[in-house]
Ligand binder design. Structure first.
Ligand SMILES: Nc1ncnc2c1ncn2[C@@H]1O[C@H](COP(=O)(O)OP(=O)(O)OP(=O)(O)O)[C@@H](O)[C@H]1O
Length: 221
């Protein structure tokens, strides 16, 4: 598979976040998204996941079925861990696994791998920030998806969980998976980098029609 973004633009809240953005990610490759706060890294991940519309340009996943949205091939782990606090840890993962399909590990195994086996029957609402993130990352283990979209995946997790995450990413890439990762951290393996520009200037007034965001496009290096 190959993910290609061609001349992409993204508009949110009437403001242009980026435009003219081009990149390509081959099977087995990880593209790191870098740039200052507000550059549009999260927006790009959400756009690829299908959670934010493509305002201009084209996004395609070569090797995928044409009538299936790119997001259907992706694991998206965003800033919010998307957990239901009243459900148990195991139920949360079970819910996600049911949504995502293509199971590759049962819930118990995935929870054990992220160090949450002992908390499986506790409500997710009691989890610490790092434990919530571990639970979100357990989705990567439970279900098979070729494209991983990870937004600051190392946030809140300790050294042990980081090492486990890096192992997971390595295995994913070695198996021909693709990954886009927004992070301010250094990753311990070879990656390509997409530098994204600075934030668009704040609009002078709340008239969306008058907003002219800077071209914050970039190219993968
Ligand atoms: N839901 C939203 N509605 C309108 N504008 C938004 C929304 N979310 C983000 N934006 C705007 O999009 C721009 C890019 O935000 P984004 O979160 O993609 O940046 P980022 O590069 O991921 O930043 P950070 O490093 O702080 O996480 C910002 O100017 C932000 O205000």
């Amino acid at each position: 598979m190959k993910l290609v973004g061609d001349d992409l633009a993204c508009v949110r809240g009437g403001r242009e976040v980026f435009s003219g953005l081009g990149f390509a990610v081959d099977a087995g490759e990880l593209l790191v998204l870098r740039g200052p706060n507000g550059a549009g890294k999260s927006s790009l991940l959400r756009l690829v996941a299908g959670l934010v519309p493509v305002s201009a340009g084209r996004l395609r996943l070569d090797g995928a079925a044409e009538d299936v949205p790119v997001g259907e091939y992706a694991h998206y782990v965003g800033h919010l861990d998307a957990l239901k606090p009243a459900l148990t840890v195991a139920e949360n993962l079970g819910f996600w696994a049911g949504m995502l399909g293509r199971r590759k590990a049962d819930t118990g195994t995935a929870l054990a791998e992220v160090g949450l086996a002992a908390l499986a029957d506790f409500p997710a609402g009691i989890l610490s920030a790092g434990q919530r993130r571990r639970l979100a990352l357990a989705r990567l283990i439970a279900c098979e998806r070729p494209l991983w979209l990870l937004d600051e995946p190392t946030t809140a997790i300790d050294a042990q969980a980081r090492a486990r995450l890096f192992d997971l990413i390595r295995a994913h890439l070695a198996g021909g998976g693709l990954a886009l990762v927004a992070t301010h951290d250094a990753l311990p393996f070879e990656t390509r980098v997409l530098e994204m520009g600075g934030p668009a200037p704040n609009p002078a007034r709340n008239d969306a029609g008058a907003e002219t965001g800077a071209d914050t496009g970039g190219d993968a290096t």
